[in-house]
Design a protein around this ligand. Structure first.
Ligand SMILES: [Zn+2]
Length: 110
């Protein structure tokens, strides 16, 4: 006695689901299986981890805009700020370097 199979099951062509995943722009597994079945393909391997999808879905850790870790001694933590270009000075400088001591908040410009 012959086993009954649906006509659709006979015509499905085997294809690696991971190749299909890359071909169809990194679709999710559920949508891939539905799409493959619709186009007459049968997934052959298990759906594997995709590094490209993981990178695309990654979210940067929030970083505070302010920092309250002040220096405990003068000169321990210096903040540098380069500004310019400005009009060229007599000695040829176009940029100013500002140095701020994080302990005393005194500033010196060069
Ligand atoms: Zn992917």
């Amino acid at each position: 006695m012959a086993q009954r199979t649906s006509p659709k099951a006979k015509t499905l062509k085997p294809l690696d689901i991971n190749d299909f995943h890359r071909l169809f722009g990194h679709l999710n597994e559920r949508t891939l299986r539905v799409t493959m079945s619709h186009h007459g393909y049968k997934p052959t391997r298990t759906f594997e981890f995709c590094e490209s999808c993981a990178i695309a879905k990654a979210k940067a850790k929030p970083i505070a805009k302010t920092n309250y870790n002040f220096a405990t001694k003068p000169g321990k933590k210096l903040l540098l700020d380069l500004e310019g270009p400005f009009l060229t000075t007599r000695n040829g400088s176009e940029y100013h370097l500002g140095i701020i001591d994080n302990y005393s908040f005194k500033e010196k410009a060069f």
